[in-house]
Design a protein around this ligand. Structure first.
Ligand SMILES: C[S@@+](CC[C@H](N)C(=O)[O-])C[C@H]1O[C@@H](n2cnc3c(N)ncnc32)[C@H](O)[C@@H]1O
Length: 285
């Protein structure tokens, strides 16, 4: 799954929201992390699924005594980040961590651990945390304002790739612009913003201006590749987002592993609505 993340982080993004966010996370998410970092005093923090180190950069701003190590399964373009050169380790699977037991004072993750096999990752988290160590995750949930619109875009992409769908039609009948226009209009009527987010309308406007068959074929292949990439990424996101049952499973597993003070809190963006779920706990045995 990490191949699109390899490419994504190589492009130099700081957050996982691409060009939707300028710079690092801000607002409620930033507050959630800064309040944890300020409360930790000094120590070592492990950031699971760290990407290009957004959380290490936030730690830099709020607590100089923290040393963050980030791990991610993707091929990250950088090996350290921030004023304090927090280490970022690429191509590391959180389900099998290369650290000795009881090394970290805190283990954190943002929009990360839910992509992994949670039973294995949580056992590793417990192993590498010191006694009285802190766990804090912010996870995607199915009914957030991040996941819900993306589910709709995924439905739309699935329909484009259905048998005899738009992609089949444009690949097989390059000349039949009437049928393509009709199908495009039907899709727009059903999906609106979600269709725009697939960039099909923009692609089709460009495609319609092309006259040479070879150019049209090339354009279709390029669109197909981009759309397949977007489809794979959104499928992973929608599958990763925690359901009510999965949240229950995480809480129960933490309890069985010996964590205490297990708490959840829904995280809301000031204007947009629910953006995720914070899960926190302390290991006491
Ligand atoms: C949505 S991004 C989150 C990045 C970062 N935490 C942030 O908030 O910007 C999810 C990350 O999880 C990583 N990932 C997925 N499965 C993983 C695994 N089993 N072990 C380590 N990293 C994984 C991906 O490579 C990707 O970088």
């Amino acid at each position: 799954m990490s191949s699109y993340w390899d490419n994504y982080w190589q492009q130099g993004h700081i957050t996982s929201f691409g060009t939707d966010i300028q710079g690092n996370y801000d607002g409620t998410l930033k507050d959630v992390w800064q309040s944890l970092f300020s409360s930790l005093g000094e120590g070592e923090v492990l950031d699971l699924c760290c990407g290009n180190g957004a959380l290490a950069l936030l730690a830099d701003e709020s607590n100089e005594a923290l040393r963050v190590t980030g791990v991610d399964s993707a091929a990250l373009p950088i090996t350290s980040v921030g004023k304090r050169k927090h280490e970022l380790m690429a191509q590391i699977n959180c389900e099998n961590l290369p650290f000795s037991s009881e090394r970290f004072d805190a283990v954190i993750s943002q929009f990360g651990v839910e992509y992994t096999k949670l039973d294995k990752t949580l056992m590793e988290v417990k192993r590498v945390l010191k006694l009285n160590g802190t766990l804090q995750f912010v996870c995607h949930v199915g009914d957030s304002v991040i996941v819900m619109p993306n589910k709709r875009i995924l439905d739309c992409l699935d329909e484009l790739f259905e048998e005899n769908g738009f992609i089949d039609l444009i690949t097989s009948t390059m000349e039949d612009s009437d049928s393509l226009n009709k199908l495009g209009a039907k899709l727009y009527h059903t999906y609106r913003e979600a269709l725009t987010a697939t960039e099909l309308p923009q692609f089709f406007a460009y495609y319609s201006r092309l006259t040479a068959d070879s150019e049209r074929k090339k354009a279709v292949e390029l669109f197909k590749k981009e759309a397949q990439g977007q489809r794979a990424r959104l499928k992973d996101l929608c599958e990763a987002a925690l359901s009510v049952n999965e949240i229950e499973y995480v809480l129960q597993t933490l309890n069985e592993l010996g964590f205490a003070n297990i708490e959840t809190r829904e995280i809301f963006h000031e204007k947009l609505g629910k953006i995720g779920l914070k899960i926190s706990a302390k290991i006491i045995q």
